[in-house]
Design a protein around this ligand. Structure first.
Ligand SMILES: *Cc1c(COP(=O)(O)O)cnc(C)c1O
Length: 437
């Protein structure tokens, strides 16, 4: 199988016909660590962080920062890597916040998101010195004002707005429309009311505005359109209320290829386009150029991940279809069940055999929707004990994993310069029973 047919550069095949990932034979890793197994390629994560950081330095105002949206994949070592690469990070819960802090992530480089922060979230985050809240609604502003007054602080915030842009991706990952559970709409006037209300709070420091139009975005100019709508809003507020936002956060969402049918995006080029639009629009509106933040999650970690499974049952139903069952499933990768997401699946120990047999790759949960991917091509010889690799699982797999059917979650092994290290150990049945009384 020639190299260029792989969905990511960090995949290849060795002389034994085995899949390699980050230069390591995955069948050896499966043997050493067991399956199901999440692998993460540290160099790939660093590479993506650098692409973003360099593009930011070249195209946006000084102080502009890349924030890793840590919900895509959250565990201590990821925060360590991202921090070493000079990025900030988004968190959306105390779980993510505490994990980041415990990895040495500076609190002032953390941004707290969520459309429903609890009073406890807000109190704890302010006590820990959180850099900024991305505020969803007025209720939150009231709580932030009260807590920050109590501690004698002036808490930085951004207001999350919906610019009214439809990305035409899957509904559940489309968040920039007016009708959304996130943020305040510019169109309805609620965004302006939120600005006026926030500016009146003595212990809240409004830095600027945030929007996030969606995820897995490939469409040509979504970020440029969002930037124009947001900058026009900033200009309108400046004219009417004399307040000039100094920060514009354009959210995350650049797409990644999961199969060779997907296009790919040149992040550096895309950011150069956004930079040009921001500069031109600021000139047109006679606005000082704001500091720009973006919040990539998926595009930083997705292709740094690979999941390995061991094949159990292979079932042929004459006249219907075939099933290949593996030792994981929707518990470690719910994305097909949730969104119908596509994946590239490879028989990792038999890459030189022609994949001629079509079968659904399914998990071991008591749920007929427990499908990792339908209609996968396997070699005819596929049988119990073979190793199946599902590619591009670095984003929204480990972070969305569950214990349905009391299945323990797989470990995460971090690959770096030819070495392998456990970043998250395998969950045990004892771990699962730990909370039971
Ligand atoms: C999910 C999310 C992101 C990251 O999106 P990706 O598609 O993973 O890049 C960024 N910002 C916000 C507010 C989000 O909800």
């Amino acid at each position: 199988m020639p190299n260029e047919t792989f969905v990511c550069e960090n995949l290849s095949v060795n002389e034994q016909g085995h899949l390699t990932f980050a230069g390591q034979d995955v069948t050896h890793l499966a043997a050493e660590y067991g399956t199901p197994l999440y692998l993460m390629d540290e160099e790939r994560i660093r590479h993506k962080c650098r692409i973003y950081r360099e593009a930011f330095e070249a195209n946006f105002a000084p102080g502009s920062t890349v924030l890793y949206a840590s919900k895509a994949c959250s565990f201590r070592q990821i925060y360590r890597i991202v921090n070493e690469e000079g990025l900030g990070a988004d968190v959306v819960s105390l779980g993510e916040l505490c994990t980041a802090l415990s990895a040495g992530f500076p609190a002032d480089k953390l941004f707290f998101h969520s459309n429903n922060k609890t009073d406890e979230d807000i109190r704890y985050a302010i006590e820990k010195g959180i850099g900024c809240f991305v505020v969803d609604n007025l209720e939150e502003i009231r709580v932030i004002e009260a807590e920050s007054a109590r501690l004698g602080r002036r808490q930085k915030v951004l207001l999350r707005l919906t610019p009214g842009i439809d990305t035409h991706t899957y509904e559940a990952v489309n968040t920039g429309k007016v009708d959304s559970k996130f943020g305040s709409a510019i169109e309805t006037g609620q965004a302006e009311q939120a600005v006026v209300f926030t500016l009146a709070q003595p212990h809240v420091n409004l830095l600027g505005f945030h929007c996030h139009v969606g995820s897995q975005v490939f469409a040509e100019d979504v970020f440029e359109r969002a930037a124009v709508v947001m900058l026009e809003f900033i200009a309108a507020i400046r004219k009417k209320h004399g307040y000039t936002a100094s920060v514009l956060n354009l959210g995350g969402g650049y797409g990644v290829p999961y199969t060779d049918r997907d296009g790919s995006i040149d992040i550096a080029e895309k950011i150069a386009d956004v930079g040009r639009t921001v500069r031109e629009t600021c000139t047109r509106l006679a606005l000082p150029e704001p500091v720009i933040y973006m919040e990539p999650g998926r595009s930083i970690v997705a292709d740094a991940g690979l999941t390995l499974y061991t094949v159990g049952t292979v079932k042929t139903i004459p006249g219907y279809k075939n099933y290949v069952s593996v030792d994981g499933g929707m518990t470690d990768n719910p994305r097909y069940a949730l969104y119908g997401s596509e994946y590239t699946c490879l028989t990792a120990n038999k890459l030189t055999e022609e994949p001629v047999m079509k079968a659904d790759l399914v998990g071991r949960c008591c749920e007929s929707g427990d499908v990792i991917q339908p209609n996968v091509a396997f070699p005819d010889s596929i049988r119990r004990g073979d190793i199946v690799a599902v590619c591009t699982t670095g984003a929204y797999n480990y972070s969305m994993a569950s214990n349905y059917n009391r299945i323990p979650r797989p470990p995460v092994v971090l690959l770096h310069e030819g070495t392998a290290k456990i970043a998250v150990r395998r969950e045990t049945v004892e771990d699962l029973m730990h909370l039971d009384v």
